[in-house]
Write a protein that binds this ligand. Structure first.
Ligand SMILES: [Cu+2]
Length: 278
């Protein structure tokens, strides 16, 4: 995998027509495909189809998972460009607790107001999509988002200020991710002031769990690219007492278009050719 170069930064300004959104995985394109294109980078990116994506890996290097720009005043640092503006690729999950009915005695923990139901599929995803999930914790206590089978990177957070750590050099971190924060305050789910920050570098890689502070919004980007990771599995609060009291949902990943990442397709094709030549 090549190191990121300036071509990644340009991806931030590419506008993709709505009609091609299902074919184009925003943020997964690389200069390997388009840097020398005669028609220009933007036109080349718009013309790409599934299978021509950057590297075509099952689990791509996280630096190709998001679009980066140079952080203001720090020429050697990169920041994630804010998440996709395409609402079809953005989903919101609200974590909370309370009572399902006013007369109930026992507290429950919910995602989008629902208790876990093992017979229900809460989310269906096509392989070959790259999704942003905004995880909103409206509770007065922390939760921890965990997903099975898949990994993600955190791209942006809106959190109470006391959840941000600052090192002696003034660098800020959220949950060990280096971030860069807006100068102006951001509005938290309860209306109070907090901080909005975006991921500063990809170097900390993938995770399958992230803390959701009380009264916060955390956005994670999940690449659904592995054609073998299909079927039904779960995401849930990783505090198991919360999970057991309802804070869990089923996801079903399907591959109706038989999407295969390019690298895998090329590998299989080569093996096929090698066999044929023997
Ligand atoms: Cu929890």
């Amino acid at each position: 995998m090549k190191k990121p170069n300036k071509n990644y930064y340009y991806l931030a300004s590419v506008t993709v027509p709505t009609a091609s959104k299902s074919q184009l995985l925003k943020g997964l394109l690389s200069d390997q495909v388009c840097s020398n294109s005669k028609e220009g980078l933007a036109a080349c990116l718009k013309s790409l189809k599934l299978g021509q994506l950057a590297g075509g890996e099952i689990l791509p290097n996280p630096n190709t998972l998001a679009s980066y720009k140079i952080c203001t005043g720090e020429p050697n640092d990169t920041c994630v460009v804010s998440s996709s503006s395409d609402p079809d690729d953005k989903f919101e999950f609200i974590f909370n607790r309370g009572y399902l009915n006013p007369s109930d005695q026992d507290m429950v923990f919910t995602i989008n107001g629902e208790l876990y139901d093992g017979s229900q599929i809460n989310k269906i995803v096509n392989v070959g999509t790259n999704q942003d999930w905004k995880l909103v914790n409206k509770d007065t206590q922390d939760h921890a988002f965990h997903i099975h089978q898949l990994d993600f990177i955190m791209t942006e957070v809106t959190v109470p200020n006391n959840y941000l750590l600052e090192d002696p050099d003034g660098r800020k971190f959220y949950d060990n991710y280096p971030v860069i924060c807006d100068d102006n305050p951001a509005t938290l789910p309860d209306g109070k002031d907090g901080s909005h920050c975006t991921l500063k570098t990809y170097k900390h890689g993938y995770r399958d769990t992230i803390n959701l502070p009380a009264n916060s919004e955390i956005t994670v980007r999940i690449p659904f690219l592995n054609p073998f990771i299909t079927g039904v599995f779960v995401y849930h609060c990783h505090i198991l007492g919360h999970e057991d009291l309802g804070m869990m949902q089923n996801i079903k990943v399907v591959n109706p278009k038989s999407y295969i990442p390019r690298a895998l397709r090329d590998k299989w094709f080569k093996e096929f050719q090698d066999k044929d030549n023997k």
